[in-house]
Design a protein. Structure first.
Length: 90
């Protein structure tokens, strides 16, 4: 039963990796106004130069770039598949 559960989890994580890969975009391509809206900031009164500074700071130290989630789901999928394979042959 455990091995089938791990096999199912591997499939779910593989689908999430595929979906995250389709939806991810580079943080450089997204305007900072959209990132700021997700962070709960209002940048309507902020100049474009200041928005660019904030965008660079957020790219360096923030959590604005979620394209790395593809790797997270891919690693989880591979791990679950390895555990399921080991479980089936044990």
């Amino acid at each position: 039963m455990f091995s089938w559960l791990m096999l199912f989890a591997s499939g779910v994580f593989a689908f999430l990796a595929y979906d995250a890969g389709r939806l991810s975009s580079s943080a450089r391509d997204v305007p900072y106004a959209l990132t700021a809206k997700g962070l709960g900031q209002d940048v309507a009164h902020v100049s474009l130069a200041e928005q660019e500074k904030r965008k660079q700071y957020n790219a360096r130290f923030g959590l604005g770039d979620l394209s790395q989630s593809v790797w997270l789901f891919g690693i989880l999928s591979a791990t679950c598949l390895a555990v399921a394979t080991y479980s089936f042959f044990e």
